[in-house]
Design a protein around this ligand. Structure first.
Ligand code: SF4
Length: 254
């Protein structure tokens, strides 16, 4: 699954940019999901007095509202990006305003000066295109080697760049959990977007230990892999017929 974030301050053109990208990716037969980061502290779709609100107040979590045309699962907390993405299985997921995860970024700005403010942010290294209000105002084709794309008029070009640049989502481990590629997860993302590395440079898929739960692959950081590998090899090596095997498979039924 390919995931990107469209980042910018309020009224910089993020939603319009996302709308135009979704329409064009859909037209190209890609399935697209989206996530909208909400910055209002008291935001909640469910309101006091509804039946679902009463379920929640009584202690249920999560609560699901199942309607004829829509099903809303309401979690009583802000979920991490990785957890949210575990509910998605689309070709692309577009996130509006999400900056706390390792993914490529389209920056939306009102004017060129605003880019300077974003330059101080950690995510700026993962910006691969500029769009939003400024892209419609100025006749700029690029800014410091980043393409500046008007998403209203040049939505096809913006989609071309997304298809070319955005890669299968990388993990977002802290460097002390995994640094097998030598750049850290966010560092590798930056290098891929600059054309200096490729998605295949993430060595996690070559891991010695893989885990799946109900058929779904779960990432395991290196030091945990080492612990599991050494422990299992020691146990299996003591069993009759287990000493010389090259591949160990274990299924646990709960
Ligand atoms: S090898 Fe993969 S998981 Fe490990 S640091 Fe690099 S990108 Fe992250």
């Amino acid at each position: 699954m390919k995931v990107l974030s469209v980042v910018g301050i309020t009224k910089s053109g993020k939603t319009t940019t996302i709308e135009n990208i979704i329409k064009e990716l859909n037209r190209r037969q890609f399935s697209v999901g989206s996530v909208k980061e909400i910055h209002y502290e008291n935001f909640a779709i469910d309101t006091e007095g509804t039946n679902t609100y009463r379920h929640k107040a009584a202690g249920a979590a999560p609560v699901t509202a199942r309607g004829y045309n829509e099903t809303d699962i309401l979690f009583p907390s802000k979920l991490p990006v990785e957890k949210i993405l575990s509910f998605y299985n689309q070709d692309y997921v577009l996130m509006e305003g999400v900056t706390d995860y390792n993914m490529p970024v389209i920056l939306c700005v009102n004017d060129i000066k605003e880019i300077e403010q974003h330059k101080k942010e950690e995510y700026f290294g993962r910006v691969f295109a500029i769009s939003g209000v400024a892209a419609n105002k100025y006749c700029l084709k690029d800014f410091e080697q980043l393409p500046v794309i008007n998403s209203v008029q040049n939505f096809e070009l913006l989609a071309d760049i997304i298809v070319d640049k955005v890669f299968e989502l990388l993990p977002d481990f802290p460097p002390d959990c995994c640094n097998l590629c030598g750049y850290g997860c966010r560092g590798l993302s930056e290098r891929i977007l600059k054309g200096l590395s490729s998605r295949e440079d993430c060595k996690l898929s070559e891991a010695a230990v893989t885990l799946s739960v109900d058929g779904k692959h779960i990432k395991i950081v290196n030091f945990v892999q080492d612990i599991l590998k050494d422990t299992l090899i020691a146990i299996v090596g003591n069993l009759k017929g287990g000493k010389d095997g090259r591949k160990i498979e274990l299924t646990i039924n709960r």
